[in-house]
Structures are given as C-alpha cells and as structure tokens.
Design a protein around this ligand. Sequence first.
Ligand SMILES: CC(=O)N[C@H]1[C@@H](OP(=O)(O)OP(=O)(O)OC[C@H]2O[C@@H](n3ccc(=O)[nH]c3=O)[C@H](O)[C@@H]2O)O[C@H](CO)[C@@H](O)[C@@H]1O
Length: 400
Amino acid sequence: MERSSAHRTPGDPVAGMALPVYIVCGGTGGHLAPGIATAQRLIRAGISVELVVSEKEVDSRLLESYPDLNYRRVKGAPFRLSPKGLFLFVLHNTRSFISGFQYLRKNPPAMILAFGGFISVSYVIAAWLLKVPIVLHEANRVVGRSIRFLSGMADTVFLPDGVSLAGIEARRIRRLGMPLREEVKHVSKETIRREMDIPHHAKVLVVVGGSQGAKALNDWVEETHKSLASDGIWIILVTGPGKNQMPELKVLQSDMGVDVEIRTFAFHRSLHELFSCADVVLSRAGAGTVAELVCCLAPSILVPFPYAADDHQLANAQDLERRGGCIVIDQKNSSNLYREVLDLIFNDWLLGRMRQNLRRLNHGDAAENLTKQLIESYYPGHLRATAVENSTEAKEAVNG
Ligand SMILES: CC(=O)N[C@H]1[C@@H](OP(=O)(O)OP(=O)(O)OC[C@H]2O[C@@H](n3ccc(=O)[nH]c3=O)[C@H](O)[C@@H]2O)O[C@H](CO)[C@@H](O)[C@@H]1O
C-alpha cells in the first residue's frame, strides 16, 4: 500500500503500545456494516479499533448487537443544495472536523479507514492535515461523492472490480468486494425454517428496504399482501425503524385453505437468516444488501432506490442481474411487481439457476483480505507477526 514519505511509520508501537485503527463508517447500515466487519477481524488479530459513527438511529440499532465494540459518535449532515441543508452541512461538519482534529491529535491512530458517507469528510480531512495515513473503501458500482472528494488525500482506495475513479494513480487503487460481518453466512434453509417455525414447503417472500426501509416497498406489501396470501405466499417484511404500518403478525388463509403468515419487523438483527430462509427476496439494491444476498445464495427482485446519487443502486442491481443473480425492476414499473414475484417464486427451475449463479459469485472473504492488507502495510515487524498469528489462531478456534 502506498504511504506518503511525510507520514511516520504508523503501526510502530508507541511506548510498547500498538496504535489503534479508526474506522469512520456511520450514517447508514451500508457504511457501518463493513466497518463492523473489518473491526471484528482487526480485533481478532490483536489490534484495537475505534469506530466513528453518526448519531442516527440506524447506527444505534446496528451497534446494539456489538456491545464490545468501541465507538464515538459524531454529528454530521449530508450535502444538500437548499439554504437550510447547506447551513446544516457546514455547521455540523465544521464542528465534527474540529472535534475530530483535536481527538486525532491527542490520540493518533496507525491509520484511518473510511467507508464513505457524509461523516467521512470531517475525519478524513483532519487525518490528512495531521499526516495520518488514510485508506478509503467504496462498495458501490459508482463511486460516491465523499470518496471521490477524499480520494486525493488517500494512500489507498479500495474499489470493486471494474469500477473506475478518475484522477487517481492506478498504483493507489486496489480491488476488493464488500467486507461482510463474521456472522453473515448462508444458513441451510431447512435449519432456519425449523428455527423460525416456517413449514419447509411454504413459499416465502422476504421484503427489505435497506437499513432505513423503503416506503415504496412497505406500501406495496400493504396493498398486495392479501393477494399474495391467497396464492399461499408467506411474507417477512422488514420496514425500517419507525416505518412499520403492518401488525407484527397477521395470519390469513390461502385459496387452498392453508394458514399463511405475514410477519413484520421494524429492524432485523440477522438479515442473513431471513435471506437464507427466503425463496425470493424483494429489496432495494444497496451494496451491502447485494453482497449479503450473494453470500446467502438468495435469488432476488431488486427495485433500486430511484433517488440514489448517480443512480448507484441501479448500477449495483444491474451488475448482479448481468451475472444472473437477480431481476431488476424500475420503481416506475412497480405495477408489474406482483406478476414478477409470482413468476419467479413458483419457478423452481429459474430459482435453482439463480442460486447456482450466486454460488459462483461467492469468492474470498473481503473483510479478511482487507485486514491482511492493512496489517501488512501499517503494522510492520514483530507486531505484524503477532497479529497474523493471533488471527490464524482465532480463526482456527472459530472453525473448531
Ligand atoms: C438510500 C441510500 O442511499 N442507501 C445507500 C446505503 O444503503 P443501506 O444503508 O440501505 O445499506 P445496504 O443495503 O448497503 O446495507 C444495509 C446493511 O444494514 C443491515 N441491516 C439492514 C436492515 C435491517 O433490518 N437489519 C440490518 O442489519 C444489512 O444486513 C446490511 O449489512 O448505503 C449503501 C452502501 O453504500 C448504498 O449502496 C445505498 O444506496
């Protein structure tokens, strides 16, 4: 990994202590989840980590499952062109820049790793001024504004295969997929359905709108669930915090007189279990969700968020569709959604082909790979040996 000569050797122990890594990753589940994933692996390798997250509810919800992780919250605001939006952007980001600068100067890390989003900006600029090495990670098929803006300050920018970033020397770009949290794994459908008390022969549709929910998908379920239930389709809906309109459990009868359940969650701690139990997932196309669908071998219908910056969700979804892992529907055509769901969920041959394609897309553990590269670059000498050794031992312990 590139490192500017002005930087000190970052992982060198100070008074016998290894410097920590700061991971700036809050604001959405799509930024926070890969931050947690990388933190899990670094901690396992004996390196201390502090996450920098936002004050948003979605960050709190996701972090509830990781009580042992250290994190500090910062206030931030996304860039908006309205006078109020611009005012809040400048106010909050200036404040978090000042507090970030003071904090980084007092507690220097070995390096700072940022996953993009508005809270990255203040901390990365502060790190750059203090000559702290900077590593950026972009998971979407179109590079986000923050990463584009900050990339000139970074030693290394990790991008998905085939995604380009203008104005950056090729030697500073590395290729990597989305780091997934340790527990995010494909679980056998039989096992998970037994645990969730869902009959093994039932057709199950899981609907999820990303970490903050999607009103359009929630409304679609509200309008369509009775027809889907008549067709014998179970629904598990994850609405997003504060967006639940449906009761937690609704039991209806199919046309064949069989009980069919519609289960609703505001937020779910183990989406990988829902993805593993689904016949079809209907979802937005955030980079994290797409990577988790691939990992869980879950065929999906993706309805990209139409207002995502530079239509990056459409690019994420189309990339998976080209590889035969999903079907993409434009939200403008959502009147076709019911028919598309029926056509896919009862087509066992196509579902099988999609699962085969998804299996082929599952290669390597991006979180392990990222951690290995960070350790090699920023924790030299004996510390690197210890870290890699710890990582191997811990992995062996996990794998039994
Ligand atoms: C509206 C918007 O701009 N969304 C962006 C945001 O998506 P968003 O925050 O929705 O993120 P993703 O779809 O990438 O990932 C969601 C993450 O949250 C987790 N999760 C979600 C719901 C839940 O109930 N429980 C839970 O744990 C998922 O397991 C996953 O790890 O960041 C992504 C990654 O940069 C972008 O691609 C998306 O375009």
